[in-house]
Design a protein around this ligand. Sequence first.
Ligand code: ADP
Length: 448
Amino acid sequence: MFDTVLIANRGEIALRVVRTCRDMGIATVVVHSGADRDSAAVRAADHHVNIGPADPHRSYLYAPAVIEAARNTGAQAIHPGYGFLSEDPDFATICAENGIVFVGPPPEVMARLGDKSTARRIMADAGLPVLPGSREPVGTADEAAEVARVIGFPLIVKAVAGGGGRGMAVVPDAGALLPTFRATRATAQAAFGDNRVYLEQYLAGARHIEIQILADAHGNVVHLGERDCSVQRRHQKLVEESPAPRLPAELAERLAAHAVAGARAVGYRGAGTFEFLVRGEDAAFIEVNSRIQVEHPVTETVTGIDIVREQLLIAAGRPLDFGQDRVHRRGVSVECRINAEDPARDFAPCPGTLTAFEAPAGPFVRVDTHAFPGARARPEYDSLLAKIVTWGPDRDQALARMRRALRELRVEGPGVHTTAPLLAEVLDEPDFRAGRHDTTLLDRRTAP
Ligand code: ADP
């Protein structure tokens, strides 16, 4: 096992990885920007290295500085968290060239999955259901019109390199096809430096269901069940839970089998997530996230498995020490993302200094946060302040504890709004309470 792991991230996930390393007796190095020198992760780590200014392109995304910090501190492995360099195959390659273990899948696997159009094709060939759509990226307006003729409307134009809900646009009818096709290509070029897009049928009123998998370097693949992440704003998740409410067991098993088959087909290694859209009995693969997910704690809570620990063991070459028959889920776990955003202003981030921050606690409440009184939510970075995770023997009790936790939470600061009040309302929505919601729940609520 590694003596020292470098964490190439910030915020709650950096702190969360530090904690598991400590549980495992591994020393930690947290790299940080000048803006994060007083962060909770920096304070918790054994060592910290300032790798550049607040601008992430000159710090958290700047591979040479991260590698140099690893070399100077003797770190044998780099945990990339989520976002930043976590799905960058070039970075994983540079790690390998420097004799450092990248905690994640092999670079070539990441490259194939990071291209969402290629991932779709690989998974379709592996027998996973996909929505009707283009098999290759679509380069011209004529090709787009041709594909649209086959799959019909509504459809969705998606950036091959897209992520985080960006680079995606729904096309309701033929008249909107060309402008949306062109606009999405331009957005994709600006956001990801890659203007390739593909087309897929738009499945209205679907649920987002994803399967957590673990694959080691010895050919063992297990799944840790599903998560329902259907409460979304602008295609980004806000509430997640495991298991998925009212999902027929047969369908859940089918999705899990698809994820395991897909992981095997692509030679996956590490922790990963297979995402699906589900409507009624229909399910379709949409993408793989080849990293730890923000919402992983709900799976940890119901399985008792520390996913970061498994990531580190797999990266160190250890075989999984349990099989599928030893994965058991107990009760229900729910996560709410507390973002420094204003739901009344289309979820615009509202950075600022926190004059007060009090996290909920008490029975069956876990809070993963980097916030504290005096901390500053910065415009350069993601707006996630805290994740509140609750557990209950059944969904009603997990949700009751979440209501209690949201009431206990206190976040204050000039100009700082959070998603907490809106999420408290979502918990009381009849459709959500009944577990009958889909990905359009929030858009319908907050539509002007
Ligand atoms: P990202 O990589 O940006 O997270 P995904 O492909 O995972 O993008 O999609 C994110 C969300 O967008 C989904 O959870 C769903 O709400 C919506 N979405 C994506 N593709 C479709 C589709 N074909 N039909 C309906 N909704 C979709």
